[in-house]
Design a protein around this ligand. Structure first.
Ligand code: TXA
Ligand code: MG
Length: 341
């Protein structure tokens, strides 16, 4: 059981305290519009190393540097005109750009790579903190491989006293991580679908964006990432209830997550807890991780999740669910096709 950690609601004093801790080499978890981040001063290699220890994350996995504004880009990367344009268009916001790094960026942040990932979060508390403390290297504030936290209490549960302070800004507005776009090669490459719709990027770029296959250097690119502990299956709506009946008939404790209202009654012989999530992609994404976390604590043997629709709006939700399934199956499930990141 993790020791208690200090959680302070966002206020001027709390931000000043957090900035002071960061300047001293401490770790502060802070809210962003996507998920909670685990921040350390990005120019302090010893502080950044503490992030890896707290998360149990392999040292060669690079971190996103969070900046206060697009004007700071040049201190970290060598931005092309396209990178500048995208930064000016979408920052602050849920877009991370991977760009050629400046030599001064420490290897702890980049995992020794020639690139650096940068973003400006669209959360007032995050921006105030970065303005007070300087740029922050911050992954999602969860243990390596787990579900990202979208509430301060989730961070406390995951990381406990490994973090010096948690700034509580309430639940995150988007609930899924940022979209990551690499501008390292001539063709922009989508490394992770996320809070910013790919079509909006494609509109701004004026061309389709290539998708990356899985790469070992980006944990978000590993098949087994973003997973709850309880085995999860994703099934078309038509197959969901039959499967629930079958598993509950075998004596398993089953929870079913549906998009929209569940049928009433559930059907003969089906004993399952039911969670109804919104039918729309954005509100569904907002509470996806919190729902998976809460279900993980519910003592279930199996989670059955209704497969989201195929449309582009659901890209990030489908991506996270596919990875969660992979953790337990070891292979991508056939019911989730379409995107490959
Ligand atoms: O929304 C978000 O992006 C959140 C909030 C806290 O900002 N952060 C986040 O960080 O999700 P993290 O570390 O959990 O995921 C960032 C992903 C990782 O898969 C990492 O490997 C990848 O970005 N990444 C970071 N730097 C990279 C680089 N230079 N090249 C390729 N991938 C990189
Ligand atoms: Mg993460």
């Amino acid at each position: 059981m993790a020791r208690a950690v200090q959680i302070l609601p966002v206020s001027d004093e709390a931000i000043a305290r957090a900035a002071e801790l960061l300047r001293q080499g401490g770790l502060v978890a802070f809210p962003t519009e996507t998920v909670y981040g685990l921040g350390a001063a990005a120019r302090d290699p010893a502080a950044v190393r503490r992030i890896f220890a707290a998360k149990g994350r392999p040292a060669d996995h690079p971190l996103i540097v969070h900046l206060a504004g697009a004007d700071d880009l040049g201190g970290w990367a060598e931005p092309s005109p396209l990178a500048r344009r995208l930064a000016e268009t979408f920052w602050p916001g849920p877009l991370t750009l991977v760009l050629p790094r400046r030599p001064a960026v420490c290897d702890e942040v980049t995992g020794g790579q020639a690139s650096v990932a940068l973003r400006v979060p669209a959360h007032p508390a995050a921006l105030r903190l970065i303005e007070a403390a300087g740029a922050l290297a911050a992954p999602s504030a969860n243990r390596f491989g787990g579900v990202s936290p979208t509430r301060a209490a989730d961070v406390a549960e995951e990381l406990g006293a490994a973090v010096d302070l948690i700034l509580d800004g309430g639940p995150c507005g988007l609930g899924l991580e940022s979209t990551i776009l690499s501008l390292i090669d001539a063709r922009p490459l989508l490394l992770r679908p996320g809070g910013l719709a790919v079509e909006r990027l494609e509109e701004a770029i004026g061309a389709p964006i290539a998708r990356q296959g899985e790469g070992p250097r980006a944990p978000g690119g590993l098949p087994a990432h973003y997973a709850p502990a309880t085995p999860l299956e994703v099934l078309p709506a038509a197959a969901l209830w039959q499967r629930a009946g079958r598993l509950s008939g075998q004596g398993l404790a089953v929870a079913v997550v549906v998009l929209g209202p569940a049928p009433e009654p559930l059907g003969q012989g089906i004993a399952a807890a039911v969670v109804e999530l919104p039918r729309e992609a954005v509100p569904c994404g907002r509470i996806l991780y919190a729902t998976l976390r809460d279900l993980d604590r519910g003592g279930f043997d199996r989670l059955l999740f209704q497969a989201p629709p195929d449309g582009p709006a659901w890209l990030a939700v489908r991506d996270r669910l596919r990875r969660a399934v992979c953790r337990h199956l070891g292979t991508p499930p056939s019911t989730l096709t379409g995107d490959s990141t």
